[in-house]
Write a protein that binds this ligand. Structure first.
Ligand code: C5P
Length: 235
């Protein structure tokens, strides 16, 4: 079950990552196995960070949320594909053509890597989406529309909040991957996240993977917090 919990390494440097990783006994069933490398760390340390994490035996989700014209997005994904990560992502709002070309570029370099589309960020609520972004209707409908575009483009799945997963699975199929941030323990603050669930609710809703950052990385004892979360989840 530990591979289903992807830990977001939102840290500023390799040094901080090393001291975090050293708190875990890697390889144990209740220790971390899958991590997310996002913009903060990748922009600070570069691709060397991927090698470091893979050498530790960890699976890597490279969360760079590529979003550009189709030719540039496909080129970016082709460049990233050579690092051998397990999951990469694009912004679904880049459109079907952008996603299709990015997916083709990825699969031609690394057939087993998954490409997923970010639907609406979990920091977005309905008022912000309607009033600032000018997208009418409910967040759930907007997420479903973007998720269907991801499927039409041939992507392996999406990023959404756990709240939208039951409809995504019902409408787009059980095998369409759902990777869900916005997960908090009942004792945590929500921080900047708006559409949140607990780990138990997220898996009950059908999430394939949950992404958890601060609830684990800022915990007094990250290793025991992670182990507790793995035990909360039915196998
Ligand atoms: O600390 P927290 O658990 O809120 O971290 C969530 C992680 O998931 C962050 O790294 C954030 O960039 C990422 N993420 C997100 N919402 C999305 C896509 C990614 O929160 N839609």
């Amino acid at each position: 079950m530990n591979e289903k919990i992807i830990v977001a390494l939102d840290f500023p440097s390799k040094q901080v990552v090393e001291s975090f990783i050293n708190k875990f006994e890697l390889g144990k069933d209740d220790s971390i196995a899958f991590v997310k490398l996002g913009m903060e760390l990748f922009y600070a340390e570069g691709p060397e960070m991927i090698e470091y994490l893979k050498d530790k035996g960890l699976k890597v989700f490279l969360d760079l949320k590529v979003h550009d014209i189709p030719n540039t997005a496909a080129g970016a994904i082709r460049s990233l594909a050579k690092y051998g990560v397990d999951i990469l992502n694009v912004h679904a709002s880049g459109g079907i053509e952008m996603m299709r070309r990015a997916n083709d570029a990825l699969k031609s370099e690394n057939a087993s890597a998954k490409l997923i589309g970010v639907t609406q960020l979990t920091s977005t609520d309905e008022a912000m989406m309607n009033n600032e972004l000018g997208i009418a209707g409910s967040v759930e409908d907007a997420v479903l529309r973007l998720a269907s575009n991801c499927k039409a483009a041939g992507l392996d799945g999406i990023v959404s909040s756990p709240l939208e997963v039951p409809r995504i699975k019902a409408e787009l199929g059980q095998e369409f991957l759902t990777v869900c941030p916005g997960v908090r323990l009942v004792t945590n603050s929500n921080d900047d996240q708006k559409r949140i669930s607990t780990p138990e609710e997220a898996f009950a809703n059908g999430c394939d993977y949950i992404v958890m950052g601060r609830a684990i990385t800022q915990a007094d004892d990250p290793a025991s917090t992670f182990a507790k979360i793995t035990n909360l989840i039915p196998s």
